[in-house]
Write a protein that binds this ligand. Structure first.
Ligand code: GTP
Ligand code: MG
Length: 171
């Protein structure tokens, strides 16, 4: 068959937001992880969509590792930013990290697509994706295409819609 176009994406967001669980959903059955633990540093994972072959940098969201993110901005073609939509207390921390990312010299003035997952939509106190996007100030992002999807990484709801959008942007 025809080889799929290869793209690099970074998966970022605060610790416990669901990044590793989301990536795990897209891995082939034999490569799936049955016992997901907090990521240490980062892991490189591969998965495919309809027309693309993704290399995903699954970054740790813990405070002590967040300084690693910027080292991979140069090589990335797209970003997946995961938000725990039930973690209202840390929404402002997520916004601070997003603002740092958007202002970074290696990302500024590059039209790279950003897919946001308003994850854990199944949680009782989850805010809607619209509310999430207001809290993070997404409407102020003018130099990059972006999209937000509500998701439940445990059931898989919303994940394909998001990755289909990203695939359209990158294909
Ligand atoms: P770090 O690697 O520490 O940065 O965290 P992470 O963003 O990779 O989070 P991880 O995928 O390890 O998930 C953290 C916890 O949230 C796990 O217990 C997951 O099962 C749970 N989780 C992930 N997504 C969802 C979701 O959509 N709904 C619910 N209810 N739980 C979720
Ligand atoms: Mg992780």
């Amino acid at each position: 068959g025809v080889k799929k176009k290869e793209v690099n994406v970074m998966v970022v967001g605060l610790d416990n937001s669901g990044k590793t669980t989301i990536i795990n959903h897209f891995k082939p059955p034999d490569a799936k992880n049955h016992d997901i633990v907090p990521t240490v540093g980062f892991n490189v994972e591969k998965f495919k969509s309809k027309s693309l072959s993704f290399t995903a940098f699954d970054m740790s969201g813990q405070g002590r590792y967040r300084n690693l993110w910027e080292h991979y901005y140069k090589e990335c073609d797209g970003i997946i930013f995961v938000i725990d939509s039930s973690d209202k207390l840390r929404m402002v921390v997520a916004k601070d990290e997003l603002d740092l990312l958007l202002q970074h010299p290696d990302l500024k003035n590059r039209r790279i697509p950003i897919l946001f997952f308003a994850n854990k939509m199944d949680a009782r106190d989850a805010v809607s994706s619209v509310k999430c996007s207001h809290l993070l100030g997404l409407e102020t992002i003018k130099d990059k295409p972006w999209h937000i999807c509500a998701s439940n990484a445990v059931s898989g709801d919303g994940l394909h819609e998001g990755v289909d959008w990203l695939t359209d942007q990158l294909k």
